[in-house]
Design a protein. Sequence first.
Length: 115
Amino acid sequence: MKTLTLTAIALVATLTSQAQVKNAKTETYNVSGNCEMCKQRIETAAFKRKESKANWDKETHLLTLKYDSVKTTANTVLQRIADAGYDNEKFTTTTNVYNNLPSCCQYERKKASSK
């Protein structure tokens, strides 16, 4: 039992260290969305191992973005989020990508883009 506990602790420590973002810069952005499925899609689009991760709040629509400023930029991550279908304060998704979101994820758009 003690060996199993030590193994579990070692595994958690390893996974945590691999998920850390070095040269971290943290910024906050407005990202459109509606539901828990949006949250999962937005955070997945923002995530890149050892490079960037994010937390999106569906109530406030605020994305807290943490990224390695040596490896990427906030604009690169925000563009990936827009490419996944979610408008943000820097980039808008295309109408086609937006229309392909599940109906629960189709938020009210401020302005549509026809890129």
